[in-house]
Design a protein around this ligand. Sequence first.
Ligand code: TGC
Ligand code: FAD
Length: 388
Amino acid sequence: RAQPDPHDFLDLDASLSDDERLIRDTVRQLVRRDLLDRIPAAYSAGHLPEGFPATAGELGLLGMHLSGYGCAETSAVAYGLACLELEAGDSGLRSFVSVQGSLAMFAIRSYGSEAQKQRWLPEMARGTAIGCFGLTEPDSGSDPSSMITTARFEDGEWLLNGAKMWITNGSIADIAVVWAKTSDGVRGFLVPRGTAGFTTRDVANKMSLRASTTSELLFQDCRLPADAVLPEAVGLRGPLSCLNEARFGIVWGAAGAARACFEAALDYAGTRTQFGRPIAGFQLTQQKLVSMATQVNNSLLLALHLGRLKDAGRLHPHQVSFGKRHNVAAALEVAREARTILGANGITGEYPVMRHMANLESVLTYEGTGEIHTLVVGQALTGLGAFH
Ligand code: TGC
Ligand code: FAD
């Protein structure tokens, strides 16, 4: 029998359906043929590669696991595979697709009125309208219940005041899904770009996730019509349920970033010669490569297992936390180990490793920090909450 493929050591390919493989290969080709060469420049410039939202829309990647309104309604595993391939390119690509499909579109699809869905979802699925999702505030991150942005209903209108911070796609979004405190609890609001009293300001000098726009959203007596509220979501459960979707994509995406770092290190180790032989022939290098291959394959197995649970309707949010926590931490370890194999070359932008490593620091923090997911799983294991 043929030896295991170093790029798919456990033959996970055989566990995928033809449809899943087709979607995986399509996204992989897009990344490798159209994006990989352009990512370093976009990263330096501090934005997404030009035209990516429309391309992602044309390929049906935006809101791809949602149904109706122009969405592709793929399996969760297929959506995960797309996230994997995108993040093997750059976390910024997966972030865009996560925020658009799993946060902004998911919120509208799950909690919006029929008119809101008709108005926004088909355009968002095509990538001709961009969305963002504003939950975090300058003084309210891990604990969103402490948010101070408010929406007051008066004279038949909503009056929005406050600020959201660290919002992916913020200044490029046509529509912002904004969570605010009302007299009934936390509610979601659709705020179109250009609404009076709504401005944005980009976060400058990021050292991580540079191929992505991150912004502050500012609301000063921002007046919204009565029907701007998402009618079906009341309480923190609304926004937190959206996070489950995006965190699921990160479980897969982080494995993609790890795979890209492992492959760069494997390739480099085979061609770089020191002391008269390829560095791949040294035992210490092999130990690193085996450790990385183990992390990558364990992460992929975990992602696939959670994906199958999700497709069976049996995935629990605590299991998503387990996956996000494990796969992001593993990806960071792989990136750091890969960087050592590349020696001095590893710190340059000529290789993708340092970029992935820097990106993964954002991925570790957003969508619930490593510590928060540890406490979610800890609570599930012990029955004792340790947040407060
Ligand atoms: P707690 O009292 O536990 O819960 C409040 C209500 O929410 C429900 N709930 C969930 N529902 C669905 N899915 C989940 N994962 C849920 N977690 C909680 C809960 O059942 C309850 O419902 P109800 O009906 O009984 O009221 O809430 P808590 O305030 O104690 O907080 C729990 C905690 C810490 C886990 C939560 O606040 C949390 O997850 N914090 C982390 C915040 C976070 O992840 N923010 C992410 C912002 S978005 C982002 O980062 C986008 S990055 C985008 C990119 O570029 O990719
Ligand atoms: P804090 O909550 O202040 O945490 C600081 C440290 O304290 C962390 O290590 C944390 O784990 C730890 N800590 C906090 N509470 C506890 C506790 N109870 N026990 C132990 N340790 C604790 N948000 C959005 O709403 N929408 C977006 O689109 C979005 N995009 C983002 C893009 C980027 C690039 C980044 C970096 C962030 C983005 N975020 C977004 C914000 C992100 O969700 C928050 O940064 C995250 O939730 C953590 O909040 P914080 O940064 O305020 O850290």
